[in-house]
Design a binder for this molecule. Structure first.
Ligand SMILES: [Zn+2]
Length: 170
């Protein structure tokens, strides 16, 4: 999703069309292309397993945007215990999954712009109705990402993120 807001980029001085409110990654940070086809390795659109030992779900980490009607959303992966992953898989197509208690999850995506790393932050993973990716609630720590989820961000920050991702610094 992106809004129809264009913005004047402070990095390149050009007007960019549309300010993205969503970014995603196609795999957990621990996945690499060499794992494709390996024993016990599966990368799907919504789930990932590595070495039959590490279990991941794709999820959404939203941040309120104080001066917008829309939330900002980081697409992320979270690592679940084997039993919770099995449970989520069992209930994948069940309407009853909305009644699940949150699952504990380790954040398994390294999001840009955050210091220290967002890898292995503790989260609660909330199941959603069938067809909707689960949401991630960060442990309420002082980590900048957790603070942003708690207190919200502004459109200026959304634009900063867009500029950084459009023009990565080397
Ligand atoms: Zn630019």
């Amino acid at each position: 999703m992106s809004t129809d807001l264009g913005f004047l980029c402070s990095s390149c001085g050009q007007e960019h069309e549309g300010l993205p409110f969503t970014y995603g990654t196609v795999a957990p940070a621990y996945w690499n292309e060499g794992m494709e086809g390996g024993s016990g390795n599966v990368l799907g659109d919504e789930q990932c397993v590595i070495a039959d030992e590490h279990f991941f779900l794709r999820a959404r980490l939203t941040l309120p945007v104080l001066d917008s009607e829309n939330d900002f959303e980081w697409g992320v992966w979270v690592s679940l215990s084997k039993s919770n992953f099995a449970r989520a898989t069992e209930l994948w197509a069940s309407t009853e999954r909305v009644a699940e208690p949150p699952y504990f999850g380790w954040l398994s995506t390294e999001l840009p712009t955050y210091e220290p790393t967002t890898l292995n932050l503790k989260t609660k993973v909330h199941s959603q109705p069938v067809g909707i990716r689960p949401t991630v609630e960060l442990e309420p720590t002082d980590h900048p990402l957790a603070v942003e989820q708690r207190t919200g961000i502004t459109l200026a920050r959304v634009q900063d993120i867009a500029e950084l991702l459009l023009h990565p610094r080397h």
